[in-house]
Design a binder for this molecule. Structure first.
Ligand code: NIG
Ligand code: FE
Length: 417
């Protein structure tokens, strides 16, 4: 089936010959005025400006964008989609100044979500995750990553990963799974963390690999969680088994996680709020993508990552939501981008390029998504705004009017179709 979207006021194609975008390239974007997109089933067949009459006869659907702007489907390269329960009971403590890691040390935080996730049934987790995936889609996100990490035992980690797999099958969005068995030391191993590291290495990583439930492995390298040596042991084993690795690094305390990401040639390192300059340089040399999570920083009341310094040093930066029940219970990537623009002093084009173009690279999906160009997936977001700057300037609201995923209209007038 062929569909044409016509009367697009401004089309931000985000088409680039070289990706990920670094330095000055991050500030540039092709903008087509009075544009159209022809979609043949799930693929983009033609993109152009002005007269589109030659395509009208062959298209069974004609969609009038009414002068609104269009851009590629948004990409969120870092979420913790599948979890049981919620953690609003910790919120008052946090605003009173109790530290995120102290709540974890006391058996709350991630560990409280682990308890709730272990108790939840597959169906409960599935319903909840589908709801969040819908919410992301309503905000324009058509491709996103989903980490496990709230099971910390084989049974529950597998349950989470199978939920993510079913969401990928049933939901319009593309969901890319990451296995995160080393997200915290489970309560039952509190006195023997090394035994848990051994369990991850000898049992969890090989079993999940056999089941082919995730391409990626992530770890939380942090004070009171996994130190650099333990992280290296786990990630090295993951690489031996054929996983691609990433690291939650330097979120609170600089523990050498970013340097380790560089040493292991990880695909990305996440957070990086406390990363020393020499470790940024090491990441740039090893082409590790910096997945920045500004809404988490905002919600933890911490200092923002030094994004501009990273860009100047030649790092490819991505902006992601980090949607999770603790440090960032927010699935609206537009809000994350608005926070990023202020917190990192990045222009609207820079934040969208980071999320969409560099996000597609971070998920190794840049051959399929991340730009509007012939041959790519027909993932298109139409926003009710005169230009992209407006969507960052007018913050805290949802600018998405319509979404096409794989050529199908999945959001119309801000409602799921
Ligand atoms: O990326 N920092 C570790 N993991 C998540 C938070 C998980 C949670 O608090 O439940 C993060 O911020
Ligand atoms: Fe995270």
């Amino acid at each position: 089936m062929k569909t044409i979207i016509y009367n697009i006021g401004k089309l931000y194609t985000m088409k680039n010959s070289e990706v990920p975008l670094k330095k000055d390239a991050l500030a540039k974007c092709e903008i087509l005025e009075n544009a159209y997109i022809v979609m043949n089933d799930d693929k983009i067949e033609a993109v152009g400006t002005g007269d589109y009459s030659q395509y009208v006869a062959e298209c069974s659907e004609l969609f009038d964008a009414e002068g609104k702007i269009a851009l590629p489907g948004l990409i969120d390269a870092h979420t913790h989609l599948v979890f049981g329960g919620s953690r609003e009971h910790e919120y008052a403590q946090k605003v009173a100044g109790v530290e995120y890691l102290d709540i974890l040390r006391a058996g709350g935080g991630i560990l409280s979500t682990v308890e709730a996730t272990r108790k939840a049934s597959f169906d409960e987790l599935y319903e909840k995750s589908m709801h969040f995936a819908d919410s992301m889609l309503l905000h324009g996100v058509t491709t996103f990553e989903a980490k496990s990490g709230y099971g910390l035992n084989l049974e529950t980690e597998v349950k989470q990963l199978k939920v993510a797999r079913k969401v990928n099958e049933d939901h319009p969005s593309d969901v890319i799974s990451t296995f995160m068995p080393a997200h915290a030391i489970p309560t039952e191993y509190k006195e023997h963390p090394e035994q848990y590291v051994d369990l991850v290495i000898n049992e969890l990583l090989p079993e999940v690999k056999k089941m082919d439930l995730a391409k990626y492995v992530d770890i939380f390298c942090e004070d009171a969680v996994f130190n650099k040596e333990q992280s290296k042991k786990i990630l090295t084993k993951a690489q031996e088994l054929g996983y691609i690795v990433k690291i939650h690094a330097d979120e609170v305390v600089p523990m050498g996680g970013a340097a380790l990401a560089a040493e292991l040639h990880a695909i990305s390192a996440e957070h990086l709020m406390a990363t020393p300059e020499e470790d940024m340089e090491a990441m740039a040399k090893s082409n590790v993508i910096a997945n920045l999570l500004p809404a988490t920083t905002f919600n933890l009341g911490k200092d923002y990552a030094q994004a501009r310094k990273m860009i100047d040093k030649g790092l490819a930066v991505t902006i992601c939501s980090d949607f999770n029940p603790g440090s960032c219970p927010n699935e609206n990537l537009q809000l994350t981008l608005q926070i990023a623009s202020r917190g990192y002093a990045m222009t609207p084009i820079e934040v969208y390029n980071s999320a969409i173009v560099n996000g597609s690279c971070s998920l190794q999906m840049n051959d399929k998504v991340g730009s509007i160009e012939v041959g790519k997936q027909a993932d298109v977001v139409i926003m009710n705004a005169p230009n992209l700057d407006y969507t960052i300037y007018h913050f805290g609201v949802n600018h998405v009017a319509h979404v096409f995923k794989n050529g199908e209209l999945v959001v119309e007038d801000q409602m799921l179709v």
